[in-house]
Design a protein around this ligand. Structure first.
Ligand code: SF4
Length: 326
């Protein structure tokens, strides 16, 4: 028999609603992400992410571009949230994270967001994959409480840039089944220059330590071979070594565990503002990616997933289309 996700237990005892209320309190002086702007979003102010007080979704549907144990045959149940608390010059989702085209944004009530989750379950998706959820966490957890009451039983994937607040992550314990964070940089100066994210290294490392504390190093599979619980750290190799790959990998090995599942990504391609930030104006070379693989090996890390260098062509979404990944 399939095991129920742990948020179902929290829903039954009323704890899920209590966590949603605790998260909502944080909106009055917003500290949902590591930036901690302190603006009153409940009162209509907006912070650096520009996110309003209503969950804003750009696209939802089955998605086949995640790691195989998450996408499976039927697809991950992706919900792409609009806005972002980082501002990467090379963001592949820049249309929804940094540009503000009204047609690429759908403002949803908590009930409507719960309905989206239930639709993804009815469509046969293997999980609910929350993409860039941090700035809408109060609304998401409140929606999850409603959806659980209506029969949602899919595992929750928390798919994040890693620029997180540890106290906020503690409120997600028992709610998130699969943490899927990026560790984008090993150098704060680069994180500031290229992503406008002060103290990214300290914040993201503290965040993945908290995720590791919650779910451990082992990835759990269900009877269908799909991931049902665990931590998978993504690192996108950038041209010219700009991501600080060596530092990131050494951190994982030294401060988490060599057993943590690593997804070492080669899918970088120049987009958004990358053309004016050489060497980001070119793809990663085969030599650069192989060097990254070698660094992982030297750090003693087990690589869960690696990518073909030509995989970039498969990851060029256009969110102005009904099917952005067609
Ligand atoms: S979620 Fe947005 S408003 Fe809140 S702290 Fe982060 S960037 Fe600021």
């Amino acid at each position: 028999m399939t095991e129920e996700p742990s948020y179902v237990l929290l829903w039954r005892c009323g704890e899920l609603a209590a966590r949603a209320a605790q998260l909502a309190e944080l909106l009055t002086s917003c500290c949902l992400c590591a930036r901690a702007c302190g603006v009153n979003r409940a009162g209509g102010e907006v912070g650096a992410c520009r996110a309003p007080n209503l969950a804003t979704v750009s696209h939802a549907g089955p998605h086949f571009g995640e790691e195989p144990g998450i996408s499976g045959n039927n697809g991950a149940g992706n919900i792409f949230f609009a806005y972002c608390s980082m501002a990467c010059v090379f963001c592949q989702n820049y249309q929804i994270s940094q540009n503000f085209h009204p047609e690429e944004r759908h403002f949803l009530s908590v009930g409507q967001l719960a309905a989206v989750m239930l639709d993804l379950q009815r469509a046969g998706c293997h999980n609910i994959n929350l993409v860039s959820p941090t700035h809408f966490l109060p609304q998401i957890v409140a929606a999850l409480d409603l959806a659980a009451a209506s029969g949602l039983r899919l595992p929750i994937v928390y798919n994040t840039h890693g620029y997180e607040s540890v106290p906020v992550l503690r409120l997600l314990e028992g709610i998130v089944d699969i943490y899927l964070p990026d560790l984008k940089y090993g150098d704060d100066r680069r994180a500031g220059e290229l992503s406008g994210a002060p103290n990214y290294v300290r914040a993201s490392q503290a965040a993945v330590k908290e995720m590791y504390r919650q779910v451990g190093a082992m990835v759990h599979l269900n009877e269908a071979g799909l991931i049902s619980r665990g931590l998978i750290i993504r690192h996108l190799v950038l041209p010219g070594g700009l991501a600080g790959t060596s530092e990131v990998l050494e951190f994982i090995a030294a401060h988490l565990s060599p057993k943590v599942t690593l997804s070492l990504m080669a899918q970088y391609y120049p987009t958004h503002k990358a053309e004016s930030h050489a060497p980001l104006n070119r793809p990663v070379t085969a030599q650069e990616y192989h060097q990254a693989l070698e660094m992982a090996s030297q750090a003693g890390l087990e690589i869960g997933w690696r990518q073909d260098l030509n995989s970039a062509a498969s990851f060029c979404p256009d969110f102005s289309l009904t099917r952005p990944f067609a």
